[in-house]
Design a binder for this molecule. Structure first.
Ligand code: NDP
Ligand code: MG
Ligand code: MG
Length: 340
């Protein structure tokens, strides 16, 4: 079984006398920088000249330099700009990485698919909270933790894992628990999960269910509530108690219908497609496609995004969320998150 690391397994002396450059001040960057700083670690934020994030970092009381200047001061450079921007940002900071410094990531994409080739004399590690950044920050402020992963890709100092654990402690992850993985495993499972199940699979299931009902003459509003709105309630039950917790909470009729029909919807054909999607992640063809898409200025991404925005379920949903009270509360809390 996998070992889980908690606060008592982390030794903060591996980070307490070091300087961390947090490059980027977005979702992850603002959380790592503030949590580390409040944990007593010396933090400098790296942002390009004219960056729209500069005022936020200054307002939070942090020291801001360019990425290269921040990296020059730092022992640990935490690369927290978007994955597609990281190769260019790496070029700007690579000369500032001294022997024995650490280049750190929160996702393995650029290392695993060779988009960044780090110098051989630095440690390369990952500390990846399994959560959006605003929750990493909010949990820390509420004396709670956020589960996370650590991984070591290069270990020249012989202390890379201890340092990653100390960093995970500094951002509050060891409060909840941290497990060790590899860059390959984190990257491939993360991409597969978001493509096949979490983002891609679930939205397709919702859209097909919605279209099936509406095409059969049912009202779009009923269809929206049934296949999208209720999804959250069902997922919350699984999150709390696994599949069994969900089955226990729904009616016997829902349980019998679901158990007899579910595998007919997501059938062996879907399973074969999942295996194909996994192969494209493993053999690098998805990564090559996404890199080429970015180099071409994202033509199909833009088009697919536009089509998704114009799906009927989005218009119906926007109208219903305006009319009903539950959406107002969530909309407000989202605004608060943005402001953080
Ligand atoms: P964001 O999109 O939130 O990062 C935005 C920040 O990066 C801004 O400060 C922006 O500043 C800066 N930035 C963007 N482009 C550049 C550039 N070319 N040069 C310099 N700075 C730039 O990133 P995330 O926090 O979402 O992701 C960071 C890393 O964390 C990624 O590796 C991601 O995979 C990983 N991760 C993200 C999670 C999440 O929930 N978001 C969860 C776990 C891991 P500016 O104003 O100058 O554009
Ligand atoms: Mg340095
Ligand atoms: Mg992910």
């Amino acid at each position: 079984t996998t070992e889980v690391y908690y606060d008592e397994d982390a030794n903060r002396s591996f980070i307490d006398d070091k300087t961390v450059a947090v490059i980027g001040y977005g979702s992850q960057g603002h959380a790592h920088a503030q949590n580390l700083s409040e944990s007593g670690v010396d933090v400098v934020v790296g942002l390009r000249e004219g960056s729209s994030s500069r005022s936020a970092a200054h307002a939070d009381g942090l020291d801001v330099e360019t990425p290269a200047e921040a990296a020059a001061r730092a022992d640990i450079v935490s690369m927290l700009v978007p994955d597609t921007s990281q190769p260019a940002v790496f070029e700007a900071i690579r000369d500032e990485l001294d022997a024995g410094d650490t280049l750190q990531f929160a996702h393995g994409f650029n290392i695993h698919y060779n988009q960044i080739q780090p110098p051989e004399d630095v440690d390369v590690t990952m500390v990846a909270p399994k959560s959006p950044g605003h929750l990493v920050r909010r949990n820390y402020e509420n004396d709670q933790g956020t589960p996370g992963l650590i991984a070591v890709y290069q270990n020249v100092s012989d202390e890379a894992k201890e340092e990653a654990l100390a960093y995970a402690h500094g951002i509050g992850c060891t409060r909840a628990g941290v497990i060790e993985t590899t860059f390959r495993e984190e990257t491939e499972t993360d991409l597969f999960g978001e493509q096949a199940v979490l983002c891609g699979g679930v939205t397709s299931l919702i859209k097909q269910g919605y279209e099936t009902l509406v095409d059969a003459g049912y009202s779009p509003e009923m269809a929206y509530f049934e296949v999208l709105n209720e999804m959250k309630l069902i997922v919350d039950l699984m999150y709390e108690g696994g599949l069994g917790g969900m089955w226990d909470s729904v009616s016997d009729t829902a349980e019998y219908g679901g158990l007899t029909r579910g595998d007919r919807i997501v059938d062996e054909h879907a399973r074969e497609n999942m295996e194909e999607v996994l192969e494209e992640v493993q053999d690098g063809s998805f990564a090559r496609q996404w890199i080429a898409e970015n180099q071409a200025n994202r033509p199909s991404y833009t088009q697919l995004r536009h089509a998704e925005e114009n799906h009927d379920i989005e218009r119906v949903g926007a109208r219903l969320r305006d009319l009903f009270a539950w959406a107002e509360e969530e909309g407000e809390s989202e605004d608060e998150e943005q402001a953080e």
